[in-house]
Design a protein around this ligand. Structure first.
Ligand SMILES: NC(=O)c1ccc[n+]([C@@H]2O[C@H](COP(=O)([O-])OP(=O)(O)OC[C@H]3O[C@@H](n4cnc5c(N)ncnc54)[C@H](O)[C@@H]3O)[C@@H](O)[C@H]2O)c1
Ligand SMILES: [Zn+2]
Length: 359
């Protein structure tokens, strides 16, 4: 790949600041970065697709390869990893190096946060979702039983290396999942940002320069919020837009709908409820849906049961008491948190939503 059109940047964190570097040679960077005692946690698929990367790891360093699925991102899933770390002589001054998508990230970050009360971790994101969103922001949640991201904390990496070459082998579904995940930042940001994203979307999968700029802008929007509210107490919560509904879709389909695609449905559901509650003009809902439909194309959520859906919504971490707290939309750049009753009216809206023709 030629010259990268985007610039490295730094993220300020209450714990410690960290650099995000755009790179083109992961092999060389890993070889240079890895020290005695560091342990690499790598997505098995990356190990198979990019055999050269593993050769950058000296023989004395442990390589743990993991299967990337949501069940692995759990206490049960990380027990063997912790066992291997302790048995191999991993120490507090050693580091974990994660290479993979958002699941590898959450496993690496969560494990780093609890090992010996915290060890350093470095991350090479290999999916669009991880490159354009999850790699910054310090969140480290794992799943608990059937409930998504219920256990975790905030624990920033020491460094992120983004290599767009990894995206060449991603499936269309995973590329769209990344585009779906990134799209919520652009609605939260402004009409200008969203309109540009919608226009660029058509070229994103054909032109790496366009994609690189979308990733860079997505991270820039996120950075501006996490630097003022790293621990998700106030301003940052708007980025849960699409996520309460999205997580419910993931849980009820047993993760058959990839995260970013579930978020694209979730944003549309949030917009639908926003129109019903009189917050949002239906024209804006339609304009946003035009983009989201291209992202969720081929996925269907018609069969979801409204009673079960409401039950999962009721478990969302943002809720207060029995009332839901949803992130709704009044327009571009006007996404906000509001109480919503989990009652018959919501039930009817959800039923109406699932009965629509979405594709
Ligand atoms: N910590 C955070 O802030 C945060 C933010 C957003 C999402 N997440 C979490 O991230 C997860 C979703 O991330 P994801 O979509 O990256 O999932 P993932 O890590 O499972 O990757 C998706 C699929 O792509 C494969 N893959 C990875 N890199 C590849 C490559 N270069 N080429 C081909 N295949 C490749 C993986 O094996 C997997 O099958 C969810 O669990 C979500 O909750 C975390
Ligand atoms: Zn997300």
């Amino acid at each position: 790949m030629g010259v990268l059109p985007v610039l490295d940047f730094q993220v300020k964190s209450i714990v410690h600041d960290y650099e995000v570097n755009f790179i083109t040679d992961s092999y060389a960077i890993l070889k240079n970065e890895i020290r005695d005692g560091d342990v690499v946690i790598m997505d098995q698929k990356i190990k198979e697709l990019y055999p050269l990367i593993s050769t950058a790891i000296p023989k004395n360093n442990l390589l743990i390869d993991i299967e990337s699925h949501e069940k692995q991102k759990s206490y049960e899933g990380i027990i063997p990893i912790i066992n291997e770390l302790i048995e191999s002589g991993f120490r507090k001054n050693h580091r974990l190096i994660g290479i993979g998508g958002g699941i590898t990230q959450d496993i690496t970050a969560f494990t780093a946060s609890i090992m010996y009360r915290g060890v350093m971790w470095i991350f090479f994101p290999t999916t669009l979702l991880a490159q354009g969103d999850s790699c910054i922001g310090s969140k480290t949640s794992i799943n608990f039983g059937e409930y998504k991201n219920q256990v975790g904390g905030f624990y920033p990496p020491s460094r992120i290396y983004i290599d767009l070459n990894f995206l060449d082998t991603l499936s269309t579904a995973d590329l769209r999942s990344g585009l779906g995940e990134m799209s919520h930042y652009f609605v939260v940001s402004s009409e200008e940002d969203f309109k540009k994203y919608k226009k660029d979307y058509a070229f994103a999968l054909k032109d790496k320069t366009v994609l690189a700029n979308m990733i860079s802008r997505s991270l820039e929007i996120k950075k501006n919020y996490i630097e003022i509210d790293e621990f998700d107490r106030k301003e940052r919560q708007v980025f849960n837009y699409g996520h309460s509904f999205g997580h419910a879709i993931e849980s009820l389909t047993d993760y058959a709908v990839p995260h970013g695609i579930a978020v694209s449905f979730g944003m549309d559901m949030a917009n639908f409820v926003s129109v019903k509650m009189g917050f949002l003009k239906s024209q804006i809902q339609k304009d946003i849906r035009e983009l989201l439909q291209q992202i969720w194309q081929g996925y269907d959520i018609k069969h979801l049961d409204v009673y079960q859906f409401r039950e999962v919504l009721a478990k969302d971490k943002k809720n207060v008491g029995r009332e839901l707290r949803l992130i709704l939309c009044k327009g571009y750049g006007k996404v906000f948190k509001t109480p919503v009753k989990n009652n018959d009216q919501l039930h009817n809206w959800l039923r109406e939503y699932f009965n629509q023709e979405l594709n």
